[in-house]
Design a protein around this ligand. Structure first.
Ligand code: BGC
Length: 404
């Protein structure tokens, strides 16, 4: 069976400022890398300089959209300072996307915060909410002529979990109480920004699509131990990590489309409040990618089918893999494409799919060794080479259809 996508379907790739641009030293992440002796992001893949060339490559791959993010610390290097030169830079970035027929999907916060923000209590300080709102709305006012699709936060539950419960990302806190406080502030900021974007666009008689990129995981009970207890933990994780944030903003009518980042399944065993991750048993027939994640393409279909209940448009804002073996990039891409096509063939209103990622880039605490790109980057000379998986994705984008 052949599944045809709508003529306006957005075929794209996702990127983020910190992981791509380079030179973002004024952020909490750059500090964190130094303090924890991690790989330093430094000049990343030098995209701040080479964005035009990289957009040419995206065009060459037949993409018609690209997800980018804005580095808050560039726009607001200090608490009361705005760098207008950097606003000009991002305006130019958006124009260059448009020039190539690439629909911009713009993220306002992709994990990183300016140093002044984290020094003044970061997401734990209620007074800081206004500063993020100010920055976000400034960018919305500057870019609204050329941008329809907004993502206010990338994966809030991920940065809250890693930063405030596990303590393995900045600010390195391990406290449920703090995580909860930060979550309240992030939710509050999101809702204010959502409503203000709607006001801004209403005034200019333009439609806007506003969302949050929600990380989704297929949680399954571990085979060892007491199965029903494992199932309780897996179910709790599903409720909390997959749906809590979404339900909170939907109940206040603050979501225009459901944006999903999907990578993997996790096996959960009953332990403590949130359960713990365990190894997938032999019956699960599972494969781990270079990140040590259990690849589960059918999960993309399952999640899309599940979120159809919200009756909102859907966009896959990240999906991809990092592999040692070239063959797995292709196999995994094709299997996820089939899962997407299956969901679309059953009537899911999916508006776009953004592969993570356009280029190899800086993978947070894992550094540069994990490569997610459709395009390989040689970090010595910054040369870009299209992977076989990139070529295959490119032909899918051009065909605008997938055979099941
Ligand atoms: C994040 C990206 C990250 C990717 C792969 C997503 O959770 O949004 O920044 O690089 O996963 O780990």
């Amino acid at each position: 069976m052949e599944v045809n996508f709508t003529k306006n379907f957005l075929w794209g790739a996702a990127t983020s400022a910190y992981q791509y641009e380079g030179g973002n030293f004024n952020t909490d992440w750059a500090q964190w890398e130094k303090e924890n002796i991690l790989d330093e992001c430094g000049w990343a893949c030098n995209h701040y300089e080479t964005f035009r060339h990289d957009f040419d490559l995206a065009k060459k791959l037949n993409l018609n959209s690209l997800r980018i993010s804005i580095e808050w610390a560039r726009i607001c290097p200090e608490r009361e300072k705005i760098n207008f030169g950097e606003i000009k830079h991002y305006k130019c970035v958006i124009k260059e996307l448009r020039k190539r027929g690439l629909e911009p999907i713009v993220t306002l916060h992709h994990f990183t915060n300016p140093v002044w923000f984290s020094r003044s209590g970061g997401w734990l300080n209620k007074k800081n909410i206004d500063k993020f709102v100010e920055y976000a709305l400034l960018m919305v006012r500057e870019l609204n002529a050329d941008v329809t699709w907004w993502i206010v936060f990338n994966e809030p539950m991920v940065f809250l979990y890693n930063g405030f419960i596990e303590g393995i990302w900045p600010p390195g806190i391990k406290s449920l109480k703090s995580a909860n406080k930060a979550l309240d502030n992030v939710l509050a900021a999101y809702k204010i920004i959502y409503n203000e974007i709607k006001n801004i666009y209403r005034k200019i008689h333009k439609n806007s699509m506003v969302s949050v990129a929600k990380h989704m995981v297929i949680f399954k009970p571990c085979e060892r131990g007491v199965k029903w207890l494992n199932a309780v933990s897996a179910g709790l994780r599903d409720k909390l990590f997959n749906y809590y944030f979404l339900d909170k903003i939907i109940e206040d009518n603050c979501l225009d489309y459901v944006a999903i980042n999907y990578y993997r399944q996790q096996f959960i065993t009953f332990k403590g409040f949130l359960g713990a991750e365990c190894e997938g048993g032999k019956h699960h027939m599972v494969r781990k990618n270079a990140m040590g994640w259990y690849v589960y393409p059918h999960g993309l279909y399952e999640i899309i089918s599940e979120i159809k209940r919200y009756n909102l448009p859907i966009m896959i804002t990240e999906n991809g893999t990092a592999e040692e073996d070239q063959q797995y990039y292709i196999e995994t891409l094709l299997e996820h494409m089939r899962a997407l096509a299956m969901a679309v063939s059953e009537g899911a209103d999916v508006r776009g799919y953004m592969y993570w990622s356009l280029l190899d880039n800086f993978e947070w605490d894992k550094g540069f060794s994990k490569r997610f790109g459709l395009i390989k980057v040689n970090y010595n000379d910054m040369k870009r080479t299209i992977r076989e998986s990139g070529k295959i994705y490119s032909s899918i984008c051009a065909d605008n259809k997938i055979c099941l």
